[in-house]
Design a protein around this ligand. Structure first.
Ligand SMILES: [Mn+2]
Length: 446
């Protein structure tokens, strides 16, 4: 009887500039730049389709506090149309869009609630079948007053204690309590450690659901059914760069008898970012390379149920194409594959954008046989194996270069190399050295 659902989203980042892509192509930049707004449209449709009781936005709705009027109007239109449908919304401000002047130019509906710098609790009412108005949820939240917040804002929920359940609910304990918080739970390293708190902090409060924001990857920190508050990051609604691959969207939270029964992730992204390795070992020509890339993108698009892909590719493997790829160089290779892929996508009524392609291929050489053959080539291969296997070699190289150059920029570059990058670099050096050593020996080892 008291069953309903609500929708939880965060990190919409409306108005992202996408500076990286603008340098490549105006068209790609405009497709990707419009994706967050399309995700917002999809969010509104989802709330309508599911007859959501309310919508929660847990911070970073905008990419910047100085965002232009267009993204602000997008939010205004979206939340106004929900208000017209009788769906209230609750918005907390995060580190990208701290409380400021960005929401002044519009006449916001009373059904759109912006949280302030102190925790406040707002009831959500719903008309019961008999016509009575009953409170079904209490939504509490807090906004960032400035971009950098290092206080534990979860403690603010404890200070502004939730109203007792019996006072707010219709009957004993059936009124759902939702806390809206943009924060870093457990010090997630890829994200700034703003409003840091712990799982224990979240569990110390008598809440049913923590609607979190800030971490862009969807994560269920505490699932339903554990007798603790459910805690969820929905992730960003639309991937915005090559690191934000895979489905991005929001959560539909299903509530039964005043408790969270099930959290359902629903993708909202219109452009899906994907990154993969493509093996050239068995490819005989550049036409096969484009065919293979096309087939892979078709599979990715079908699996994602998306018409638009932004693709980052690394070419790997040891094969005949290596020398052709090296001859072409990265610019010609990127342009050729990008245009070819775009044509293939267009023929299928889709849009696939090759964001970048990196050739990390090796020459078609039987290195095992060469290693056995003795001589300089065998020594080179043994040394490359030793360097690739030993992360200490990186430190050794770093100290040599530092002594040689003693410059902060050299140090910064060396410090930015991860063990994986180091192995790639050794592999590239090995391939280059082999190409030079074996060049002119006539089909060495192929
Ligand atoms: Mn964010």
């Amino acid at each position: 009887m008291n069953d309903f659902c609500f929708v939880h989203a965060a990190d919409l980042h409306l108005g992202s500039p996408f500076a990286g892509l603008i340098a490549q192509s105006d068209e790609a930049a405009s497709v990707v730049a419009s994706a967050p707004a399309q995700a917002l449209d999809a969010l509104v449709r989802l709330c309508q389709d599911r007859s959501a009781a309310f919508l929660v936005l847990a911070g970073d709705v905008f990419d910047s506090p100085s965002v232009g009027i267009r993204p602000q109007y997008q939010l205004y239109s979206a939340l106004s149309s929900l208000a017209d449908m009788g769906i209230p919304s609750f918005v907390a401000c995060g580190n990208h869009d701290p409380m400021g002047s960005w929401r002044s130019p519009f006449n916001w509906s009373d059904a759109v609630h912006f949280f302030g710098p102190e925790v406040e609790w707002v009831p959500v009412h719903r008309r019961a079948p008999q016509g009575d108005v009953e409170p079904i949820a209490l939504v509490g939240g807090i906004s960032y007053p400035r971009a950098e917040v290092f206080d534990n804002l979860a403690l603010g929920f404890a200070r502004n204690a939730t109203p007792p359940r019996a006072a707010a609910g219709s009957g004993a304990g059936t009124c759902l309590r939702v806390g809206v918080l943009h924060c870093n739970v457990g010090g997630v390293a890829e994200h700034d450690n703003y409003a840091p708190c712990t799982i224990d902090d979240l569990c110390a409060l008598d809440l049913d659901y923590w609607a979190l924001g800030h971490v862009h990857q969807h994560r269920v920190l505490i699932p339903p059914g554990e007798g603790r508050p459910v805690a969820v990051y929905p992730g960003c609604t639309q991937g915005r760069n090559p690191r934000e691959t895979g489905p991005r969207g929001c959560c539909v939270v299903h509530v039964s008898q005043g408790r969270v029964a099930h959290v359902e992730f629903v993708p909202l992204d219109t452009v899906r970012w994907t990154a993969f390795d493509l093996d050239i070992t068995d490819l005989a020509g550049m036409d096969q390379l484009l065919d293979t890339l096309t087939q892979r993108c078709a599979v990715e698009a079908a699996e994602a149920s998306r018409d638009a892909l932004a693709v980052r590719v690394r070419l790997v493997g040891r094969g005949a194409l290596h020398r052709e790829l090296a001859r072409m160089g990265p610019v010609e290779l990127g342009t050729w594959l990008r245009d070819g892929l775009q044509d293939e996508a267009q023929a299928r009524g889709q849009w696939w954008w090759l964001e970048s392609v990196k050739a990390a291929t090796r020459p078609p050489i039987d290195t095992a046989a060469l290693a056995q053959s003795g001589g300089l080539v065998a020594e080179l291969l043994a040394e490359a194996d030793r360097l690739a296997a030993d992360d200490g070699s990186l430190a050794e190289l770093a100290s040599c270069l530092q002594q040689e150059f003693n410059h902060p920029r050299v140090r910064a570059v060396l410090e930015s190399i991860s063990p994986g990058d180091w192995r790639d670099l050794v592999g590239e050096a090995e391939a280059l050295a082999l190409d030079l050593l074996l060049d002119g020996e006539g089909g060495a080892g192929a």
